[in-house]
Design a protein around this ligand. Structure first.
Ligand code: HEC
Ligand code: HEC
Length: 375
């Protein structure tokens, strides 16, 4: 009798322990103890005929890393007064550029250069107009402490993130790290940026045989890829991911007259490496998504594509560092045809503009995965 009661007592006791354990576990949402690091690798789209996406061995891209990078990219927590995020100057609907000549940072401070669109960045060997940055994680460290951009010490930024309700667990899921560092912030943002791939412009669809463009497209393409317009020699059509010469990367496209290399208002690459030969030179920009990225050039000097085309049409302005082939071709035209500039007719300019716009991708700017995440 006593034995049987005892047995029941033990069962009851065990039952209580079992339920208490159950209650403790169900109350511990995502606690430290049951965390398992298991990132989901991201599958990149592979547009036909493109070079394979250059992945960063030091920063494998995962869905968890992308989600974190996306949240950080749109979050003003990374600016001193909580008003500016990366997306303030890199707006998804503008192909991640903005529509002002130069961008406003905290306290309405104006920067010196035009915001650059963020498209197919993995295929870029160098970043910034003056190519001063080599990798995406290296670049992402720069805007936060920069005074005319986000103006926040990294130590404060990481402290804010560490105290946030959501970020610490997101960092653990992405990197298996409990301590948030600026390097991890930069890596997460870089992972999100790697996914910003644009490959559905009319031009891409034409290359894939999916559309039959208008005659104006073919007339514009002909100007672009021949001596008539001479655009191809820097904006390389074969480098389809960027339409920018992947070997030379930067040059001086003859927009400014200067008798001395130090006369350029912005010394560009030469200011970074100290070489006179590189003063007044800038990164050859992508020609993708021009429909969304006005104004144009490193200083946003041109409001429209008509202005850009008119400037090239006049021929290169002379300076000690102007692209040599541009000058050779302009002098050749002058000697043989009597005009230094391209001498495009109104129709030809319109065709060239039509072709340039065919490299724009509306599905990219409307992609819901690239917008501010819904909290
Ligand atoms: C206040 C406006 C502003 C903010 C905020 C800003 N950027 Fe930029 N971004 C620019 C401008 C302007 C440039 C070109 C600067 C230059 O070349 O000197 C640029 C250039 C870049 C480039 C180089 C693109 C290329 O093709 O070379 C990347 C990448 C980039 N920004 C990412 C970011 C990220 C990530 C953040 C947030 C951490 C950020 N930006 C915050 C204005 C801004
Ligand atoms: C010698 C090389 C070279 C040639 C030739 C050339 N470009 Fe450029 N292009 C550049 C460089 C470099 C820049 C950036 C210059 C700057 O920001 O000051 C640029 C900028 C541009 C931009 C502005 C893009 C932006 O995002 O701001 C457009 C549009 C453009 N070029 C179109 C053309 C067209 C069309 C032609 C032919 C008529 C052409 N380019 C010929 C090198 C060249």
């Amino acid at each position: 009798m006593r034995f049987r009661i005892g047995n029941k007592g033990i069962s009851f006791f065990l039952l209580i322990i079992f339920f208490s354990i159950l209650i403790v576990f169900s109350c511990k949402k995502e606690s430290d103890d049951n965390f398992v690091f298991n990132p989901t690798p991201h599958l990149f789209p592979k547009p036909t005929d493109w070079r394979a996406i250059p992945l960063d061995a030091n920063n494998p891209v995962s869905e968890e890393g992308i989600a974190l990078g996306r949240k950080l990219f749109f979050d003003p927590i990374l600016s001193s007064d909580f008003t500016i995020s990366c997306a303030s100057c890199h707006k998804p609907e503008l192909s991640f550029s903005d529509d002002t000549r130069t961008s406003k940072g905290v306290d309405g401070q104006l920067g010196k250069r035009n915001s650059m669109p963020l498209i197919n960045l993995a295929w870029n060997k160098k970043l910034f107009w003056d190519v001063r940055s080599n990798t995406l994680p290296e670049q992402a460290l720069i805007p936060v402490p920069q005074h005319d951009e986000m103006n926040l010490d990294w130590a404060i930024a990481t402290d804010r993130l560490q105290k946030d309700a959501n970020y610490p667990m997101m960092f653990r899921k992405a990197f298996n790290e409990k301590t948030i560092t600026k390097e991890l912030v930069a890596k997460a943002i870089a992972q999100f940026e790697m996914t910003l791939i644009s490959y559905n412009s009319t031009y891409d669809k034409y290359v894939r045989g999916e559309v039959n463009p208008d005659p104006a497209f073919f007339r514009g393409l002909e100007i672009f890829r021949t001596e008539k317009g001479d655009c191809f020699h820097c904006h390389t059509l074969a480098a389809v991911e960027t339409f920018a010469d992947p070997v030379r990367v930067f040059t001086n496209n003859g927009m400014d007259l200067a008798s001395n290399a130090n006369d350029f208002l912005d010394l560009g690459v030469g200011k970074i490496n100290g070489l006179d030969a590189d003063k007044g030179k800038f990164k050859i920009p992508t020609l993708r998504n021009l429909a969304f990225t006005a104004p144009y050039m490193h200083d946003g000097r041109f409001a429209t594509l008509e202005d850009v085309i008119e400037s090239y049409n006049l021929g290169p302005k002379n300076s000690p560092t102007v692209d040599n082939i541009m000058i050779v071709k302009a002098n050749y035209r002058l000697e043989n045809y009597g005009h230094y500039g391209l001498a495009l007719s109104a129709q030809e300019k319109a065709d060239l503009k039509y072709f340039l716009l065919s490299m724009s991708d509306t599905s990219f700017v409307n992609n819901p995965d690239f917008k501010k995440p819904i909290e």
